[in-house]
Design a protein around this ligand. Sequence first.
Ligand SMILES: C[S@@+](CC[C@H](N)C(=O)[O-])C[C@H]1O[C@@H](n2cnc3c(N)ncnc32)[C@H](O)[C@@H]1O
Length: 191
Amino acid sequence: MLDELKREAIARLWKRKLDQDIQKLPKSERHRNLEPASAEFICALATGCRARRLAEIGGSSGISTIALAEAARQSGGRLTSIEIEPTRQSEARESIAALGLAEWVEFVLGDAGDVIPKCSELDFVLIDCEKDDYIRFFDLLNLAPGAVIVADNILSHDLFDYVAHVRRRSDVESITLPIGKGLEVTRVPNY
Ligand SMILES: C[S@@+](CC[C@H](N)C(=O)[O-])C[C@H]1O[C@@H](n2cnc3c(N)ncnc32)[C@H](O)[C@@H]1O
């Protein structure tokens, strides 16, 4: 569960995103963030799974970073937050420090295509980057038994190729949840 301080930080980031959308700023200047309801959900899910090795692909200015850092704090784990754009990542870093969550987050600046193969035995992964990369990054993941992978924007961007791809593996369980912009929640088996 997120406490009020973390919810307020998320609400501030979300309000700015909505204001930027109304102003119709160019895509490069706009912050794209996970919806607050999805942030609540991934925090609860990762905490409930007692995930210790967490990663997010596309941390941006940090709504999901706050949610998963809180889950990492509660499970005594660590979040690797991967972001390719430096300004957004420094903002996330500042928010995480201000919320007292810095010791549970490792920020990595770079292309997830290079970073993800170096992350081993992941228990929980959020995929929230360019939609064309979802399948490639899913296939690069080194997952621990029982790992959970959540991908955002499934319904908003009709990411049915991704859904079909993860479900093609006969050993995974996967469901699309109508939370926020649509989350695909995929669990690999325990063996
Ligand atoms: C939708 S935003 C992420 C929102 C974030 N999860 C949040 O809750 O605030 C997508 C982010 O993915 C980043 N990104 C795109 N391609 C990437 C890549 N190959 N490696 C790392 N980050 C990437 C973008 O710079 C952008 O900030």
